[in-house]
Design a protein around this ligand. Structure first.
Ligand SMILES: [Zn+2]
Length: 220
């Protein structure tokens, strides 16, 4: 494990994160993943599948987060690894791209046949066909994003289980809301790339989890 581009003041924080990750791997019963830190990366934390196995990649700002927040972030990424989410995501990406190509080709084939046989189509027939085609193109991506978001909630739930309370997760949300800039993309791009539920939605899901735990323990 190495943090090649980290300045010396971040080295101690990196070593601490690295030790945390090893402890979490022990709890998760998986081999410790690699840990990498990048000064410029879109997400605060992510898992990358490399030839030598999964790596947790952190934004260098994450190393400056309070200890409970950093612990929750690492546990969340470790939960993705323990549940096999990165490999599943890779398969989904391939399937989604294949589905989009299939839809695109079938539309081109269909339109070519219509033109070849000289079908005198009205403009609204083309519009309806194009609308159906667009919906069919977006459907695989929508399904993919729904699965991604479910995985996020699952990783949050596992984090609470491993760390014994929702405290560190709440510390992470607090830290994210003041330190991580929300994606400043325009709406269509934001929807297309909405892999993660909002921090507010994750916070709510966590609160519901706390409530249901309260109910089950009071029902003993
Ligand atoms: Zn995640």
């Amino acid at each position: 494990m190495a943090a090649p581009d980290s300045p010396p003041n971040l080295q101690a924080a990196f070593d601490k994160a690295s030790a945390m990750l090893r402890r979490l791997a022990h709890v998760a019963h998986v081999a410790p993943p690699g840990l990498a830190v990048r000064p410029k990366t879109q997400r605060v934390g992510a898992v990358e599948l490399r030839k030598d196995g999964p790596w947790v990649v952190l934004h260098s700002a994450a190393l400056t987060a309070p200890e409970p927040a950093l612990q929750a972030l690492l546990a969340h990424e470790m939960a993705h690894i323990a549940r096999g989410h990165p490999a599943l995501r890779r398969r989904l990406r391939i399937a989604s791209v294949a589905a989009i190509w299939l839809v695109a080709f079938s539309f081109i084939a269909f339109a070519s046949v219509q033109v070849a046989i000289g079908n005198p189509w009205q403009w609204w027939v083309w519009l309806a066909t194009a609308t159906i085609w667009l919906a069919a193109m977006l459907a695989p991506r929508a399904a993919q994003l729904a699965i991604y978001r479910r995985q996020e909630y699952e990783a949050d739930r596992i984090t609470v289980e491993w760390l014994g309370s929702s405290g560190p997760m709440i510390a992470l949300f607090d830290w994210l809301s003041t330190n991580a800039q929300p994606l400043s993309r325009r709406l269509p791009a934001r929807l297309w790339l909405a892999r993660q539920p909002s921090t507010a939605a994750r916070r709510q899901a966590l609160a519901r989890l706390g409530t249901s735990e309260g109910h089950s323990s009071s029902g003993r």
